[in-house]
Design a protein around this ligand. Structure first.
Ligand SMILES: [Zn+2]
Length: 514
């Protein structure tokens, strides 16, 4: 497997491992695991406060090129200074099929950092999903009343504020927005429909609109897409539409039914056969499933067999290059097995242990070295300021007084800067109770096993790595339990002759919006 090393040195921490030290540990780890190092990215912090990481950003963007499948770091805190960035960047890498490995916190050593990280990420994901549902409920209420629900306001419409029938917690009437006709732009929409029904081509309409300097609803130049969107938009005949439900007369009308239907007929006739879209499949074990033979990652593929049946499967990256004889495994089969085992480890006793450990670690982390450093700087600042004030009292020379004042001003600016940094640092530490973590883990045990979001959450939170052999499977969990090993009497593999020759890795569908 091709990997890159990312090393970062910050002078914040007195116990900091040097860049050379970090590289050595990572290089050894790579050697031990037969990884090929294709590049080393190194960031050296310039000062105690700067957090510029140009090489880190370069590494993230280089992952788009597909030249490596792993990023090796000395320990996980090298990866990002705060959790939010860490999650965003990890998703970016995962989308590219790239996994982050920690050379020091490997699972046989001390897995606690990994456990905390994965549980915190899982909780963030879980609770934002909940939040998403609340937002959806709000949008449903808007839709029932034909209120504006966000998004671009189509050309020819504007928004007006109205008093709604909804009251907030204090009994105040909530103001909402409704669609109204924009008298300046509505004639443009009418003109577009008129030209199209009179046989003008889209290119003619675009030329005409751009010539008289009319802009789209978002302020850009017209193109085929924007014209097509206008011609297909049911709102112009007064239909409010949300989530597949149409409300006729829900908004004011700009175009009459006859003209609109005529346009649809012409467009239907002109329509080219659409490209066959393939349903996107999500491979939940991406970056977690490894070949037992050669330890390479196994990547998700889909292909059609000679009989025309579509297969989704994972295949060893080396086997694909004919360098390994590991047979491919069916996606659903292996995912079902992993999901079931992940659920099984969430016993009452394990939930209790995980919750205690995660909260303990989160509390330890609160007292981070950076926070200690900042508090120390703040104390020094106060001490220096006190000294300056003392000398000001006994000073009689004006010019010296002046320079002391200047120094005091500088101290105040510095103090403000440190205080701001402390606020930022503190906001990045999550305050957790054992019951909160327990609640999350109990939910994680109870979810609907057929729900893809749930399956994903379960795998991401609990699974560290899976090695697939011919007759057995080893699942390594993020918990500190021993790796779980399962013998499969007859593993469900696919004969390579069944797989499509032109199958391509299914990337792209892995992106999870946050
Ligand atoms: Zn292999």
């Amino acid at each position: 497997m091709n990997v890159v090393i990312y090393a970062r040195y910050s002078s914040h921490n007195q116990n900091e491992q040097s860049i050379e030290g970090q590289l050595e540990v990572c290089r050894n780890y790579a050697k031990l695991n037969n990884y090929t190092i294709v590049h080393e990215y190194i960031d050296r912090a310039q000062s105690g406060t700067s957090d510029d990481r140009p090489e880190f950003l370069k590494m993230i963007s280089d992952s788009d090129k597909g030249n490596f499948e792993g990023v090796l770091v000395y320990q996980l805190d090298r990866f990002a200074r705060n959790r939010y960035n860490s999650a965003v960047n990890k998703r970016h890498l995962k989308k590219n099929g790239v996994r982050v490995f920690s050379a020091r916190e490997n699972i046989n050593d001390d897995a606690s950092g990994i456990l905390m990280e994965s549980v915190l990420e899982g909780m963030a994901e879980y609770f934002s999903v909940e939040l998403g549902q609340k937002v959806k409920r709000g949008m449903k209420i808007n839709a029932d009343n034909c209120y504006y629900n966000g998004g671009t306001v189509p050309l020819g419409f504007k928004l007006v504020e109205v008093e709604s029938s909804i009251t907030d917690a204090t009994g105040k009437i909530v103001k909402k927005k409704k669609f109204a006709i924009d008298e300046n732009a509505a004639p443009v929409v009418k003109k577009i429909f008129e030209m199209y029904t009179n046989g003008y081509l889209m290119a003619d309409i675009i030329r005409y609109l751009n010539k008289i300097n009319i802009k789209t609803a978002t302020g850009g130049e017209f193109n085929k897409n924007s014209i097509r969107n206008i011609l297909l938009n049911k709102r112009y005949v007064g239909i409010y539409s949300y989530n597949g439900k149409d409300t006729i007369g829900g908004i004011p009308r700009i175009i009459d039914d006859d003209t609109f239907n005529k346009v649809q007929d012409i467009m239907f006739k002109n329509k080219k056969a659409p490209a066959r879209a393939r349903a996107k499949t999500e491979y939940l074990l991406t970056t977690k499933l490894f070949c037992g033979h050669c330890k390479e990652m196994m990547t998700g593929y889909s292909g059609t067999s000679k009989t025309g049946k579509l297969h989704n499967y994972y295949m060893c990256n080396n086997a694909r290059k004919k360098l390994c004889d590991k047979k491919a495994v069916q996606k659903d089969y292996i995912e079902d097995l992993v999901v079931e085992q992940a659920r099984n480890i969430l016993t009452d006793e394990n939930i209790k242990q995980i919750a205690n450990k995660v909260v303990e670690l989160a509390n330890q982390e609160k007292d981070s070295s950076n926070l200690r450093r900042l508090n120390k700087l703040l104390k020094e600042n106060e001490k220096q300021k006190a000294n300056l004030l003392d000398s000001l009292k006994i000073c009689n020379i004006d010019s010296v007084k002046q320079s002391i004042f200047e120094e005091l001003n500088k101290m105040d600016v510095e103090r403000q800067r440190i205080t701001n940094e402390i606020v930022i640092e503190e906001s990045q530490h999550i305050k957790l109770t054992i019951n909160e973590v327990k609640f999350f883990l109990v939910q994680l045990r109870k979810g609907n096993i057929n729900d893809i979001k749930y399956r994903k959450l379960l795998i991401n939170t609990l699974i560290y790595q899976i090695f697939l052999y011919d007759d057995s499977i080893t699942i390594v969990f993020n918990t500190q339990n021993k790796p779980y090993e399962k013998k499969i009497p007859r593993p469900e593999v696919l004969e390579s002759s069944l797989l499509g020759k032109d199958a391509l890795p299914d990337k792209g569908s892995l992106f999870i919006a946050i």
